[in-house]
Design a protein around this ligand. Structure first.
Ligand SMILES: Cc1cc2nc3c(=O)[nH]c(=O)nc-3n(C[C@H](O)[C@H](O)[C@H](O)COP(=O)(O)OP(=O)(O)OC[C@H]3O[C@@H](n4cnc5c(N)ncnc54)[C@H](O)[C@@H]3O)c2cc1C
Length: 461
């Protein structure tokens, strides 16, 4: 039997993960990656700009030789069309037959159609080129305006603050920073830290124009003109779906539609990463995470499937962690915020707790703030947000796993936390477990109330 022909379009986080997963699953498949850009670690970009990462490993220059070692063909070209009937991908220079195809074309940064957006000194942050150009501009800039206070905008602001020597302003159209990923109370804690560090934050109004002749000199925000030597747009991304759309593949509001095997509406064509729409793991609604976390996992799943395995993706949780360099704090989140859950008409309760990160008699213990969000009807944990000087990543991963496994609150009360004074607080003091115990008590109270009065009951504090 002839070797299976697997073609992957796009060679960044998702595409790379798919290629190696396919190779691990089928040692004989004929695997080709077509990409117009060498893969890069975009997650490293804020720290390259901030000067914390100085080497070149983030440019993933070793990937071509790793492909070679694994007998994966790399074609540096742009795929311009897919013909599902002929099972063919056409590039500018050639065409490639496939038995299975994976689309991993990623996303591009969104810039609003405002006057002045093409002025010199205005940047988006996505590619090696963007990064090197911003780095160059930083050498002569005294002030930077970051447009958009989502995770990437905040991460860049913090990394640049740690670098020093710059006046930093953030403009955010919503009334607070991190408006979609954190609940108001926690995002205000982070906002206060940024302000205390001298970063000006302008919320509730968008940038309507970039001002300057050839070079950007200021932005218009409401009736204010805010001077700045450079502008960095970080207001979200849009999925690259044209290739799929033109091939007749179904595209949803958030990206290329996929099923639980990451297969698109056309058999044997898969889509993964930032270009793909999946479903929310919590309520099954269309969702896209646009994070490397999901891109790499979806790549692994699609890579296995095209090579003959039967792997499934349960859905997106949007689990993310961030280290805000200047403040030495970690922030993390997973699942739904309570504000978002309410827009989905879920009956939720939230509990904010805090604890130390080590035993209280051990030197150097840090504060950890945790907010847990529970769905009262299903008695399940559906989200968490955390801010702390250490210990966030492991707890966010634990909560993500608990949500993924559909753990009930009563199950979570039986988590057996390891204890060692220099690394953890005493188990009964850990903010995560204190929040879970609270939810357990509340759920029992609500259930008892329902039993005795027949009412639905809302939690009391
Ligand atoms: C500044 C920044 C910081 C980030 N930090 C984090 C973080 O800390 N944690 C995290 O989880 N996520 C982070 N992300 C998000 C993460 O980088 C993305 O989710 C991830 O890169 C998505 O990978 P992807 O392979 O799906 O798409 P992409 O990385 O966009 O790659 C798609 C590739 O396909 C190529 N391509 C597109 N069309 C074609 C075509 N027609 N033919 C050939 N090639 C094509 C593109 O050139 C590109 O190389 C960050 C993103 C940015 C921009």
């Amino acid at each position: 039997m002839a070797n299976k022909k697997i073609v992957i379009v796009g060679g960044s986080d998702a595409g790379i993960s798919a290629a190696f997963a396919a190779r691990r699953t089928d040692r004989h498949a004929d695997i080709t990656v077509i990409t117009k850009e060498n893969g890069i670690s975009r997650c490293a970009i804020p720290f390259v700009l901030g000067g914390q990462i100085t080497g070149k490993t983030w440019m993933l220059e070793n990937i071509p030789s790793l492909y070679k070692q694994s007998d994966i063909k790399l074609i540096m070209d742009e795929a311009i069309s897919i013909d599902p009937n002929e099972r063919l991908v056409r590039t500018n220079d050639s065409s490639f037959p496939y038995d299975s195809l994976i689309i991993a074309t990623g996303a591009y940064p969104f810039v609003p159609p405002i006057p002045g957006r093409d002025l010199k000194g205005a940047f988006t942050v996505r590619t090696v080129e963007d990064t090197l150009q911003i780095k160059e501009r930083l050498k002569t800039s005294k002030s930077v305006i970051i447009v958009g206070a989502g995770a990437i905008g905040i991460e860049i602001a913090s990394a640049l603050r740690a670098r020093g020597g710059l006046e930093i302003k953030i403009v955010e159209m919503c009334d607070r920073i991190l408006p979609t990923t954190f609940d108001s109370d926690l995002s205000r804690i982070i906002e206060d830290k940024l302000k205390d560090a001298g970063i000006e934050i302008i919320t509730g109004v968008g940038v309507s124009e970039l001002l300057g002749d050839e070079e950007v000199m200021a932005v218009r925000v409401g009736d204010r003109e805010i001077p700045g030597d450079m502008v960095i747009f970080s207001i979200g991304v849009r999925p690259n779906t044209e290739l799929a759309k033109n091939a007749g593949i179904e595209v949803g509001r958030l990206g290329i539609k996929t099923d639980d095997h990451m297969m698109t509406s056309i058999k044997d064509i898969y889509a993964i990463g930032d270009c793909a729409e999946s479903v929310s793991l919590i309520n099954g609604e269309p969702a896209a995470s646009q994070l490397a976390t999901a891109a790499v996992l979806q790549g692994k799943i699609a890579g296995k499937n095209v090579a003959g395995d039967d792997a499934t993706f349960d859905g997106v949780l949007c689990s993310a962690i961030m280290k805000l360099e200047f403040f030495d704090i970690e922030i993390g989140r997973t699942g739904f915020t309570k504000e978002y859950a309410k827009t989905r008409e879920m009956n939720v309760m939230a509990r904010k707790t805090n604890s130390l990160t080590r035993s209280d008699d051990y030197p150097g213990a840090k504060r950890l703030d945790v907010e847990l969000i529970f769905d009262i009807d299903s008695e399940r944990l559906i989200g968490a947000q955390m801010i702390g000087e250490e210990g966030v990543a492991g707890r966010i991963d634990l909560v993500s796993l608990a949500i993924k496994l559909g753990a009930k609150i009563s199950d979570l009360t039986r988590i057996k936390n390891c204890f060692n004074p220099p690394i953890t607080p005493f188990p009964s003091d850990d903010a995560l477990l204190v929040g879970i115990d609270y939810a357990d008590r509340m759920i029992k109270r609500i259930k008892n109330r329902k039993r005795s009065t027949g009412s639905s009951g809302t939690p009391s504090k």
